[in-house]
Ligand binder design. Structure first.
Ligand SMILES: O=C(O)CCC(=O)c1ccccc1C(=O)O
Ligand SMILES: [Mg+2]
Length: 367
Protein backbone atom coordinates (compact mmCIF):
# COMPACT_ATOMS: atom_id res chain seq x y z
CA UNK A 1 0.00 0.00 0.00
CA UNK A 2 1.28 3.47 -0.84
CA UNK A 3 1.70 5.87 2.05
CA UNK A 4 -0.41 8.51 0.25
CA UNK A 5 -4.01 7.75 -0.46
CA UNK A 6 -7.67 8.57 -0.21
CA UNK A 7 -10.51 6.69 1.38
CA UNK A 8 -14.20 7.34 0.85
CA UNK A 9 -16.56 5.94 3.49
CA UNK A 10 -20.33 6.13 3.05
CA UNK A 11 -22.21 6.70 6.31
CA UNK A 12 -25.82 6.33 7.34
CA UNK A 13 -26.90 7.56 10.76
CA UNK A 14 -30.37 7.06 12.27
CA UNK A 15 -32.12 10.00 13.97
CA UNK A 16 -34.03 9.60 17.23
CA UNK A 17 -36.66 12.12 16.09
CA UNK A 18 -37.41 13.67 12.71
CA UNK A 19 -35.36 16.67 11.57
CA UNK A 20 -37.06 19.29 9.38
CA UNK A 21 -35.73 19.88 5.85
CA UNK A 22 -37.93 22.77 4.81
CA UNK A 23 -41.45 21.35 5.01
CA UNK A 24 -40.21 17.75 4.72
CA UNK A 25 -38.75 15.51 7.44
CA UNK A 26 -35.94 12.96 7.57
CA UNK A 27 -35.35 10.07 10.00
CA UNK A 28 -31.79 9.26 8.91
CA UNK A 29 -28.89 11.12 7.33
CA UNK A 30 -26.56 9.66 4.71
CA UNK A 31 -23.35 11.07 3.34
CA UNK A 32 -19.67 10.44 2.73
CA UNK A 33 -16.56 10.82 4.81
CA UNK A 34 -13.46 11.48 2.74
CA UNK A 35 -10.04 10.85 4.25
CA UNK A 36 -6.71 11.85 2.79
CA UNK A 37 -3.60 10.16 4.16
CA UNK A 38 -0.53 12.21 3.25
CA UNK A 39 2.05 9.99 4.88
CA UNK A 40 2.36 12.49 7.72
CA UNK A 41 -1.25 12.46 8.91
CA UNK A 42 -4.87 11.85 8.04
CA UNK A 43 -7.40 14.61 7.54
CA UNK A 44 -11.15 14.12 7.14
CA UNK A 45 -14.05 16.00 5.59
CA UNK A 46 -17.73 15.33 5.02
CA UNK A 47 -19.57 15.42 1.70
CA UNK A 48 -23.30 15.15 2.33
CA UNK A 49 -25.64 16.60 -0.29
CA UNK A 50 -29.09 17.33 1.14
CA UNK A 51 -31.02 15.18 -1.35
CA UNK A 52 -32.41 11.65 -1.53
CA UNK A 53 -35.62 10.35 0.05
CA UNK A 54 -37.37 11.99 3.01
CA UNK A 55 -39.04 9.91 5.74
CA UNK A 56 -42.05 9.22 3.49
CA UNK A 57 -39.89 8.16 0.55
CA UNK A 58 -40.50 11.38 -1.44
CA UNK A 59 -37.39 13.08 -2.86
CA UNK A 60 -36.11 16.05 -0.83
CA UNK A 61 -36.75 19.10 -3.01
CA UNK A 62 -35.21 22.57 -3.01
CA UNK A 63 -31.81 21.87 -1.47
CA UNK A 64 -28.92 19.97 -3.14
CA UNK A 65 -29.33 19.27 -6.84
CA UNK A 66 -26.79 16.41 -6.81
CA UNK A 67 -27.23 12.86 -5.50
CA UNK A 68 -24.80 10.98 -3.29
CA UNK A 69 -24.06 8.62 -6.21
CA UNK A 70 -23.11 11.53 -8.47
CA UNK A 71 -20.69 12.74 -5.79
CA UNK A 72 -19.12 9.28 -5.56
CA UNK A 73 -18.66 9.11 -9.34
CA UNK A 74 -17.05 12.57 -9.47
CA UNK A 75 -14.73 11.75 -6.58
CA UNK A 76 -13.70 8.38 -8.00
CA UNK A 77 -12.75 9.89 -11.34
CA UNK A 78 -11.11 13.08 -10.08
CA UNK A 79 -9.06 11.46 -7.30
CA UNK A 80 -7.78 8.53 -9.34
CA UNK A 81 -4.02 8.51 -9.62
CA UNK A 82 -3.38 11.60 -7.50
CA UNK A 83 -0.46 11.17 -5.18
CA UNK A 84 1.44 14.41 -4.49
CA UNK A 85 4.68 14.36 -2.50
CA UNK A 86 4.26 17.08 0.11
CA UNK A 87 1.34 18.33 2.21
CA UNK A 88 1.54 21.70 0.45
CA UNK A 89 1.17 19.93 -2.90
CA UNK A 90 -1.77 17.95 -1.54
CA UNK A 91 -3.41 21.16 -0.41
CA UNK A 92 -2.88 22.88 -3.76
CA UNK A 93 -4.17 19.88 -5.77
CA UNK A 94 -7.30 19.53 -3.66
CA UNK A 95 -8.00 23.26 -3.78
CA UNK A 96 -7.90 23.17 -7.57
CA UNK A 97 -10.20 20.14 -7.62
CA UNK A 98 -12.58 21.90 -5.22
CA UNK A 99 -12.78 24.95 -7.49
CA UNK A 100 -13.67 22.83 -10.52
CA UNK A 101 -16.00 20.26 -8.92
CA UNK A 102 -19.43 20.29 -10.57
CA UNK A 103 -21.25 19.43 -7.29
CA UNK A 104 -21.43 22.04 -4.52
CA UNK A 105 -21.07 19.39 -1.80
CA UNK A 106 -17.94 17.90 -3.42
CA UNK A 107 -16.45 21.40 -3.82
CA UNK A 108 -17.12 22.17 -0.15
CA UNK A 109 -15.71 18.85 1.16
CA UNK A 110 -12.55 18.90 -0.98
CA UNK A 111 -12.01 22.56 -0.05
CA UNK A 112 -12.28 21.67 3.65
CA UNK A 113 -9.65 18.94 3.17
CA UNK A 114 -7.38 21.43 1.37
CA UNK A 115 -7.85 24.09 4.05
CA UNK A 116 -6.74 21.62 6.73
CA UNK A 117 -3.68 20.51 4.73
CA UNK A 118 -2.79 24.19 4.15
CA UNK A 119 -3.03 24.81 7.91
CA UNK A 120 -5.83 27.31 7.30
CA UNK A 121 -8.49 25.42 9.23
CA UNK A 122 -8.37 23.13 12.23
CA UNK A 123 -11.38 20.80 12.35
CA UNK A 124 -10.22 18.18 14.81
CA UNK A 125 -8.82 20.41 17.54
CA UNK A 126 -10.59 19.92 20.87
CA UNK A 127 -10.84 23.68 20.94
CA UNK A 128 -13.15 23.87 17.94
CA UNK A 129 -15.00 20.64 18.72
CA UNK A 130 -16.00 21.42 22.27
CA UNK A 131 -16.29 24.74 23.91
CA UNK A 132 -17.55 25.52 27.37
CA UNK A 133 -21.15 26.62 27.67
CA UNK A 134 -20.21 30.13 28.67
CA UNK A 135 -18.34 30.80 25.43
CA UNK A 136 -19.68 33.71 23.38
CA UNK A 137 -19.92 31.38 20.37
CA UNK A 138 -20.61 27.86 21.53
CA UNK A 139 -19.96 25.21 18.93
CA UNK A 140 -23.62 24.76 17.98
CA UNK A 141 -24.53 28.44 17.89
CA UNK A 142 -28.19 29.39 17.91
CA UNK A 143 -30.50 26.79 19.54
CA UNK A 144 -33.07 25.40 17.08
CA UNK A 145 -36.66 25.04 18.33
CA UNK A 146 -39.48 23.35 16.46
CA UNK A 147 -42.64 21.52 17.40
CA UNK A 148 -42.65 17.86 16.40
CA UNK A 149 -46.03 16.43 15.42
CA UNK A 150 -48.30 16.26 18.51
CA UNK A 151 -45.54 17.57 20.76
CA UNK A 152 -47.02 19.48 23.72
CA UNK A 153 -45.96 23.10 24.30
CA UNK A 154 -44.85 22.00 27.74
CA UNK A 155 -41.81 20.17 26.33
CA UNK A 156 -40.74 23.35 24.49
CA UNK A 157 -41.12 25.33 27.72
CA UNK A 158 -38.80 22.88 29.44
CA UNK A 159 -36.29 23.12 26.62
CA UNK A 160 -36.28 26.94 26.77
CA UNK A 161 -35.97 26.87 30.56
CA UNK A 162 -32.92 24.62 30.23
CA UNK A 163 -31.06 26.94 27.80
CA UNK A 164 -27.82 28.42 29.17
CA UNK A 165 -28.38 31.78 30.88
CA UNK A 166 -26.34 33.72 28.32
CA UNK A 167 -28.51 32.54 25.38
CA UNK A 168 -29.52 35.62 23.41
CA UNK A 169 -31.01 34.15 20.24
CA UNK A 170 -33.07 31.10 19.33
CA UNK A 171 -34.26 29.97 15.91
CA UNK A 172 -37.91 28.91 15.67
CA UNK A 173 -39.58 27.08 12.76
CA UNK A 174 -42.88 28.65 11.66
CA UNK A 175 -45.23 28.40 8.66
CA UNK A 176 -45.57 24.67 9.30
CA UNK A 177 -48.81 24.19 11.24
CA UNK A 178 -51.63 26.57 12.20
CA UNK A 179 -50.91 30.24 12.94
CA UNK A 180 -52.56 29.87 16.31
CA UNK A 181 -50.28 27.00 17.36
CA UNK A 182 -47.20 28.87 16.18
CA UNK A 183 -48.15 32.17 17.83
CA UNK A 184 -48.72 30.22 21.06
CA UNK A 185 -45.30 28.65 20.63
CA UNK A 186 -43.61 32.02 20.19
CA UNK A 187 -45.43 33.55 23.16
CA UNK A 188 -44.59 30.51 25.32
CA UNK A 189 -40.88 30.90 24.47
CA UNK A 190 -40.91 34.61 25.25
CA UNK A 191 -42.93 34.12 28.45
CA UNK A 192 -40.15 31.82 29.68
CA UNK A 193 -37.32 34.14 28.51
CA UNK A 194 -38.55 37.66 27.70
CA UNK A 195 -35.06 38.85 26.72
CA UNK A 196 -34.60 36.35 23.87
CA UNK A 197 -34.42 37.57 20.29
CA UNK A 198 -36.06 35.19 17.85
CA UNK A 199 -34.93 34.22 14.38
CA UNK A 200 -38.02 32.76 12.72
CA UNK A 201 -37.78 30.48 9.70
CA UNK A 202 -40.87 30.03 7.52
CA UNK A 203 -39.17 28.14 4.66
CA UNK A 204 -41.34 30.05 2.14
CA UNK A 205 -44.42 28.70 3.92
CA UNK A 206 -46.65 31.82 3.78
CA UNK A 207 -48.54 33.58 1.04
CA UNK A 208 -47.94 37.34 1.41
CA UNK A 209 -51.35 37.97 3.02
CA UNK A 210 -50.83 35.18 5.57
CA UNK A 211 -47.30 36.36 6.30
CA UNK A 212 -48.66 39.86 7.01
CA UNK A 213 -51.41 38.47 9.29
CA UNK A 214 -48.91 36.29 11.14
CA UNK A 215 -46.22 38.96 11.53
CA UNK A 216 -48.77 41.56 12.64
CA UNK A 217 -49.42 39.38 15.72
CA UNK A 218 -45.73 39.13 16.65
CA UNK A 219 -43.98 41.22 19.30
CA UNK A 220 -41.82 43.07 16.78
CA UNK A 221 -39.05 44.04 19.18
CA UNK A 222 -38.38 40.36 19.96
CA UNK A 223 -37.84 39.37 16.32
CA UNK A 224 -34.33 39.57 14.86
CA UNK A 225 -35.56 38.53 11.42
CA UNK A 226 -37.76 36.03 9.62
CA UNK A 227 -36.04 33.66 7.19
CA UNK A 228 -37.73 33.11 3.81
CA UNK A 229 -41.18 34.30 4.91
CA UNK A 230 -43.00 34.26 1.55
CA UNK A 231 -43.66 31.46 -0.91
CA UNK A 232 -42.68 33.94 -3.59
CA UNK A 233 -39.47 35.68 -2.37
CA UNK A 234 -40.32 38.73 -4.52
CA UNK A 235 -43.06 39.44 -1.91
CA UNK A 236 -40.59 39.72 1.01
CA UNK A 237 -40.03 43.51 0.65
CA UNK A 238 -43.82 44.08 0.70
CA UNK A 239 -44.02 42.14 3.97
CA UNK A 240 -41.30 44.37 5.42
CA UNK A 241 -43.11 47.51 4.30
CA UNK A 242 -46.36 46.25 5.86
CA UNK A 243 -45.09 45.04 9.24
CA UNK A 244 -41.54 46.40 9.71
CA UNK A 245 -39.98 42.98 10.35
CA UNK A 246 -36.74 42.35 8.43
CA UNK A 247 -36.19 39.15 6.50
CA UNK A 248 -33.31 36.81 5.73
CA UNK A 249 -32.75 34.64 2.67
CA UNK A 250 -31.78 30.97 2.66
CA UNK A 251 -33.36 28.74 -0.02
CA UNK A 252 -33.38 31.64 -2.52
CA UNK A 253 -29.57 31.74 -2.47
CA UNK A 254 -29.25 28.31 -4.04
CA UNK A 255 -30.92 29.54 -7.22
CA UNK A 256 -28.32 30.42 -9.81
CA UNK A 257 -30.23 33.60 -10.73
CA UNK A 258 -29.83 35.17 -7.27
CA UNK A 259 -28.50 38.72 -7.31
CA UNK A 260 -28.05 41.26 -4.54
CA UNK A 261 -30.71 44.00 -4.39
CA UNK A 262 -29.46 47.56 -4.89
CA UNK A 263 -30.65 48.84 -1.54
CA UNK A 264 -31.06 45.85 0.79
CA UNK A 265 -31.74 47.92 3.93
CA UNK A 266 -34.71 49.76 2.48
CA UNK A 267 -36.19 46.43 1.33
CA UNK A 268 -35.77 44.85 4.75
CA UNK A 269 -33.10 42.30 3.76
CA UNK A 270 -31.09 41.88 6.96
CA UNK A 271 -29.16 38.60 6.63
CA UNK A 272 -28.17 35.69 4.44
CA UNK A 273 -28.30 32.19 5.90
CA UNK A 274 -25.51 30.27 4.21
CA UNK A 275 -25.35 26.48 4.02
CA UNK A 276 -21.89 25.89 2.54
CA UNK A 277 -22.69 22.25 1.70
CA UNK A 278 -25.24 23.63 -0.79
CA UNK A 279 -23.14 26.52 -2.07
CA UNK A 280 -19.68 25.23 -3.02
CA UNK A 281 -16.02 25.67 -2.15
CA UNK A 282 -14.92 27.59 0.96
CA UNK A 283 -13.36 30.22 -1.35
CA UNK A 284 -16.68 30.70 -3.13
CA UNK A 285 -18.63 30.95 0.13
CA UNK A 286 -16.09 33.41 1.50
CA UNK A 287 -16.30 35.62 -1.61
CA UNK A 288 -20.10 35.61 -1.27
CA UNK A 289 -19.81 36.66 2.39
CA UNK A 290 -17.44 39.51 1.51
CA UNK A 291 -19.85 40.76 -1.12
CA UNK A 292 -22.78 40.61 1.34
CA UNK A 293 -20.81 42.37 4.10
CA UNK A 294 -19.77 45.14 1.71
CA UNK A 295 -23.49 45.78 1.19
CA UNK A 296 -24.24 45.81 4.91
CA UNK A 297 -25.94 42.40 4.95
CA UNK A 298 -25.17 39.99 7.81
CA UNK A 299 -24.19 36.39 7.07
CA UNK A 300 -25.08 33.41 9.25
CA UNK A 301 -23.40 30.07 8.57
CA UNK A 302 -25.96 27.26 8.88
CA UNK A 303 -25.96 23.47 8.90
CA UNK A 304 -27.33 21.28 6.12
CA UNK A 305 -27.86 18.56 8.77
CA UNK A 306 -24.30 17.25 8.54
CA UNK A 307 -22.94 14.67 10.99
CA UNK A 308 -20.65 15.81 13.83
CA UNK A 309 -17.67 15.86 11.41
CA UNK A 310 -19.34 18.32 9.03
CA UNK A 311 -20.67 20.41 11.91
CA UNK A 312 -17.16 20.71 13.39
CA UNK A 313 -15.87 21.97 10.02
CA UNK A 314 -18.71 24.51 9.80
CA UNK A 315 -18.02 25.72 13.35
CA UNK A 316 -14.32 26.23 12.57
CA UNK A 317 -15.14 27.95 9.26
CA UNK A 318 -17.78 30.20 10.85
CA UNK A 319 -15.32 31.32 13.51
CA UNK A 320 -13.02 32.52 10.74
CA UNK A 321 -15.40 34.09 8.26
CA UNK A 322 -18.26 35.34 10.49
CA UNK A 323 -16.58 35.83 13.91
CA UNK A 324 -19.26 38.24 15.12
CA UNK A 325 -22.24 36.06 14.22
CA UNK A 326 -23.26 32.88 16.04
CA UNK A 327 -23.85 30.14 13.44
CA UNK A 328 -26.98 27.95 13.16
CA UNK A 329 -25.55 24.49 13.83
CA UNK A 330 -27.89 23.07 16.45
CA UNK A 331 -28.98 20.04 14.44
CA UNK A 332 -26.95 17.19 16.01
CA UNK A 333 -29.24 16.38 18.96
CA UNK A 334 -31.27 13.63 17.21
CA UNK A 335 -28.23 11.88 15.66
CA UNK A 336 -27.85 8.41 17.21
CA UNK A 337 -24.07 8.45 16.65
CA UNK A 338 -21.26 10.92 16.11
CA UNK A 339 -18.99 10.56 13.09
CA UNK A 340 -15.16 10.89 13.28
CA UNK A 341 -15.37 13.89 15.65
CA UNK A 342 -16.74 12.99 19.07
CA UNK A 343 -19.04 15.46 20.78
CA UNK A 344 -18.47 13.58 23.99
CA UNK A 345 -21.78 11.86 24.69
CA UNK A 346 -22.53 9.42 21.89
CA UNK A 347 -20.89 6.45 20.28
CA UNK A 348 -18.52 7.79 17.61
CA UNK A 349 -18.18 6.04 14.24
CA UNK A 350 -14.61 5.83 12.95
CA UNK A 351 -12.93 3.75 10.22
CA UNK A 352 -11.57 1.50 12.99
CA UNK A 353 -14.92 1.27 14.79
CA UNK A 354 -17.57 1.66 12.07
CA UNK A 355 -20.39 -0.01 14.06
CA UNK A 356 -22.47 -1.61 15.21
CA UNK A 357 -24.92 0.94 16.53
CA UNK A 358 -28.55 0.35 15.68
CA UNK A 359 -29.22 2.08 12.35
CA UNK A 360 -25.77 3.72 12.23
CA UNK A 361 -22.80 2.66 10.17
CA UNK A 362 -19.68 3.87 8.45
CA UNK A 363 -19.16 1.61 5.44
CA UNK A 364 -15.91 0.22 4.04
CA UNK A 365 -13.82 2.47 1.80
CA UNK A 366 -15.13 2.75 -1.77
CA UNK A 367 -11.73 3.60 -3.25
O1 LIG B 1 -30.00 27.27 10.37
C1 LIG B 1 -30.06 26.62 11.43
O2 LIG B 1 -30.01 27.18 12.55
C2 LIG B 1 -30.21 25.12 11.43
C3 LIG B 1 -30.32 24.48 10.09
C4 LIG B 1 -31.66 24.61 9.43
O3 LIG B 1 -32.53 25.24 9.95
C5 LIG B 1 -31.89 23.89 8.17
C6 LIG B 1 -31.21 22.70 7.97
C7 LIG B 1 -31.40 21.96 6.81
C8 LIG B 1 -32.27 22.40 5.85
C9 LIG B 1 -32.95 23.60 6.03
C10 LIG B 1 -32.76 24.35 7.18
C11 LIG B 1 -33.46 25.65 7.26
O4 LIG B 1 -32.83 26.69 7.51
O5 LIG B 1 -34.65 25.68 7.00
MG1 LIG C 1 -33.88 28.32 6.57
Amino acid sequence: MSDSSFALYPYRIALSRPLPVGKQRIMHRSGLVIEVRTGERSVFAEIAPLSGPDMDGAPILGFSSESLDECIQTLKSSLAGISPATEAEWGARLETLADSAPEASVAWGLGILAAQLNEQLCVLSPDSAQQPDDSAHPMLGIPLIYLAQDEPLESIRKRVKALPDHTRFVKVKVGQTSMETELNLIHAILAERPQLKLRLDANQGFELEDAIDFCACLPRGAIDYIEEPCRNPADNPALFRAVGISYALDESLILSDFHFPDDPQSQGLRALVLKPMLLGSPARVQAFIEEAHSRGIRCVISSALESSLGIAALAAFAKQVTPDEAPGLDTLFPFEADCIVSQGQKRCLTPDAPGPVLGCELGASLL
